[in-house]
Design a protein around this ligand. Structure first.
Ligand code: MGD
Ligand code: MGD
Ligand code: SF4
Ligand code: MO
Length: 694
């Protein structure tokens, strides 16, 4: 940890924000020496969620900033695609090549043949997608539908409770019964995990619902292991158990929900025994956990992102979000439901930053989770002729990796990658432009896990010739002759405009001065104790009209996964493969860094002994995991961390860490959920075989 307040005479401390796609959005403090070099990063002790520490992924952020891998100059391709044959170029030359490539695509196929591809490599209001969006809009490029993370669950939970602020994580310590459902916070949200540990110290019981024994599950009081993609059935079983046990908070439900009687009728179809059979958790456990959840108040149900990678996930998340209502959890400070606090997450409107009004005409949309098809479909008209990628590494994180790599390898695709390091995606680019890190640019970062916005003051000058994403797109706009005055706006002007109306009470002066400001929408300590849900009628929707409008049954039901529930497919591909996050990487970010890599030297596919034995697979052996989409080779870890019939292979590693360059993503599917058009990475059947020696 670094000293707070003014440092010794020769150093200064700068207020910053971790930019990464993590619900904790930490307030950082950066110590800078007299020469302008950053010499330390730490967590801000004044920020109540950050509580003075950074996670193991980011506490060595200076290895990122000053790392050997850092891209410091523009690069132009000189050899075959994907072979990392580049030469250094001046910014002038590189921008000419970029402008030439984009113009050629427009001349040949029209502007929709340009596809922007970005995600949350940085979540900052400025550096994630502001000037970049303006440029893409003004050109009339295709729109990217950004679905790859939490969309299925967001659609589902919003159908039940609207855009709620949910349970403020600062109230988590008041809970006395915590269900971590499809969530591994010890690894993926260590600061929210700290708040759950506080509850536990006060006597809360912690139950983890996850097919895999995650680090969080290892420490839980109880670990419940449903089959992947069957969480909806588990939730229906729990609700039915509450009804059977006369534990439903009927008074609260009648006052603050719609559709109570319809849900009760529906639960006639879901006896606990039936649900037990569907989800693979025994009926007695379902009944007991449900009862404990209802009678140990305040009870908190916190869903993660992991359980929503299945075809039935939107309906499952919507169903799970009904359970705390039946249990009466919302009455209590620290009780209720939490997934992504949409009210605070979306409090700052990005319209002024992104300027969709610049679009010259309606343009097509391409779903980021179907990049493989978009780049390889011979019938796509116009084809994707130019790809501009920043803040994302689709070569590793987009499903159906074989197709994605085939697409990125197209000699007739013009690719621009704006990156900090030479990722697998950047390796396929025609031009690589060096991007600044968080210490080198201005930003403000909202959170999808807590209620604060965090300020990021540039602490040091840009390293080498790196530039912020905003500046790079400003330069591209100028090269392309885009002359709307908005392309001349500075980062300061853009942020000032976004915060001009003080959304949620967040004003620029206070944000800059204090480093973080809590969004105040009047949510208070127990936001829905008296209802007040941000739905049409202010009530939690046990019967959800939003779903009916989409042709989906508005009353909770079991919507099964696709491949996991496909008995026919199971004859060829008997194992369900889950691909969750790693502990020390952030998606694929940091997988190149020495310290993080040393902690995770190689990926493992975890197989249960009952599945390994008949296949002749021993612990530590090389295995091939395959289905009709693709295959990858990995070391097997044979143990009961997973349940029989389910294997796990983590996401995140780069191609060099895999025997054949491919990882779990080679087997995942591009199929999308009906509601929200979201990916279904964990709804994936595979077979595993030993790799013959030699
Ligand atoms: N260390 C680390 N932290 C991260 C990230 C990272 O890569 N590494 N990534 C960041 C990002 S972008 C996100 S979205 C969050 C995600 O954070 P989490 O929500 O924790 O996401 P995952 O690790 O994908 O999944 C959590 C758990 O869900 C389980 N799971 C998989 N399928 C199912 C299912 O069908 N049902 C149930 N009940 N459980 C299931 C997995 O086994 C896994 O243990 O973490 C963020 N923080
Ligand atoms: N199989 C499987 N696939 C998954 C998931 C899964 O659980 N399983 N999880 C999904 C989820 S939840 C997510 S969020 C996505 C994540 O997908 P991505 O958002 O693509 O995440 P990363 O792989 O970390 O890539 C982010 C890149 O942004 C770069 N970057 C960081 N800051 C900046 C900056 O300021 N400027 C520029 N130009 N670049 C920057 C980093 O160097 C890094 O290479 O992956 C999804 N894919
Ligand atoms: S990755 Fe998450 S936990 Fe780690 S420093 Fe950033 S916000 Fe905090
Ligand atoms: Mo994510």
């Amino acid at each position: 940890m670094i000293p707070v307040g003014p440092g010794p005479d020769s150093t200064r401390v700068v207020k910053a924000a971790c930019p990464h796609d993590c619900p904790d959005t930490c307030a950082m403090l950066v110590t800078v020496d007299a020469e302008g070099r950053a010499v330390g990063v730490g967590g801000n002790p004044d920020q109540p969620v950050t509580a003075g520490f950074l996670c193991g992924k980011v506490s060595n952020y200076l290895d990122r900033v000053y790392g050997e891998d850092r891209l410091l100059r523009p690069l132009v391709r000189t050899g075959a695609k994907g072979r990392q044959a580049f030469r250094e170029a001046s910014w002038d030359e590189a921008l000419d090549v970029v402008a030439g490539g984009l113009r050629a695509a427009i001349d040949r196929h029209g502007a929709e043949s340009i596809l922007p591809y970005s995600y949350m490599g940085t979540m900052g209001l400025l550096q994630s997608n502001s000037m970049s969006a303006r440029v893409m809009h003004a050109l009339g490029a295709s729109k990217l539908v950004r679905t790859v993370c939490a969309s299925a669950g967001v659609a589902g939970t919003a159908a039940t409770q609207g855009q709620s602020p949910e349970v403020d994580p600062e109230r988590f310590p008041n809970s006395r019964y915590v269900l971590c459902w499809g969530w591994n916070p010890l690894s993926t949200a260590p600061h929210l995990w700290r708040l759950i540990l506080q509850a536990r110290r006060e006597g809360a019981k912690l139950v983890v619902i996850d097919p895999f024994r995650s680090r969080t599950a290892r420490l839980a009081d109880e670990h419940v292991r449903p089959l992947p993609g069957t969480d909806g059935a588990l939730a229906l079983g729990m609700m039915r158990a509450l009804l059977d046990g006369e534990l439903v908070d009927e008074a609260w439900c009648r006052a603050h929900t719609t559709g109570f009687d319809e849900l009760c009728d529906r639960l006639d179809d879901y006896p606990v025994a039936r649900c037990a059979q569907l989800c693979g958790v025994d009926a007695a456990t379902i009944t007991r956990i449900a009862g404990e959840f209802a009678t140990t108040q305040p009870s908190l149900l916190r869903l993660g992102v992991g359980a929503q990678r299945h075809l039935g996930a939107p309906v499952a998340y919507r169903t799970i979000a009904c359970l705390p209502a039946l249990a009466g959890s919302w009455r209590h400070d620290g009780g209720g439901f939490s997934y992504v606090p949409l009210a605070t997450t979306t409090a700052i409107d990005r319209t002024a930053l992104q300027r969709p009004d610049l679009l010259p005409r309606e343009v097509r949309s391409i779903n980021m989770s179907q990049l493989g098809d978009a780049l390889t479909d011979p019938d796509l008209d116009p084809p994707v002729a130019a790809l501009v990628c920043w803040g994302a590494n689709p070569a590793r994180i987009a499903p159906d990796q074989t197709k994605v790599l085939a697409g990125l390898g197209r000699e007739d695709l013009f690719t621009v990658a704006i990156e900090q390091v030479m990722t697998d995606t950047a390796a396929h680019a025609d031009v690589v432009l060096p991007a600044t890190t968080q210490l080198e640019h201005l930003d403000a970062v909202p959170s999808w896990g807590h209620h604060y916005v965090t300020w990021n003051e540039p602490a040091i000058a840009p390293c080498g010739q790196a530039k912020p994403n905003t500046e790079i797109f400003r330069l591209i706009a100028a090269r392309l002759g885009l002359d709307d005055p908005c392309f001349a706006e500075t980062d300061e002007q853009m942020l000032a405009a976004a915060l001009a109306d003080e959304p949620g009470g967040v004003g620029l002066p206070e944000l800059r001065d204090r480093g973080f400001v809590k969004i105040d929408l009047g949510q208070g300590a127990a936001p829905h104790a008296e209802g007040h849900f941000p739905t049409d009628d202010g009530k939690l929707a046990l019967h959800a009209p939003a779903l009916a409008r989409r042709g989906i049954d508005p009353v909770p039901f079991y919507d099964p996964p696709a491949e996991v529930a496909d008995a026919q497919l199971a004859t060829r591909f008997p194992l369900a493969l889950v691909t969750p996050k790693t502990h020390m990487f952030l998606n694929s970010t940091f997988a190149d860094q020495h310290r993080q890599h040393r902690a995770h030297p190689e990926p493992f596919v975890v197989i249960h002994p009952e599945d390994a034995r008949p296949r002749g697979i021993g612990d530590g052996q090389q295995v091939r995991v395959f289905n009709d989409r693709g295959s990858f080779v990995m070391t097997a870890r044979v143990c009961d961390d997973t349940r029989p019939g389910v294997a796990t292979a983590p996401m995140g590693w780069w191609s060099r860490d895999h025997a054949d360059g491919l990882g779990g993503q080679a087997t995942t599917s591009q199929r999308l959920t009906t509601l929200a058009a979201a990916p279904i990475f964990n709804d994936n059947r595979v077979e595993i075989a030993t790799v013959p020696a030699g």
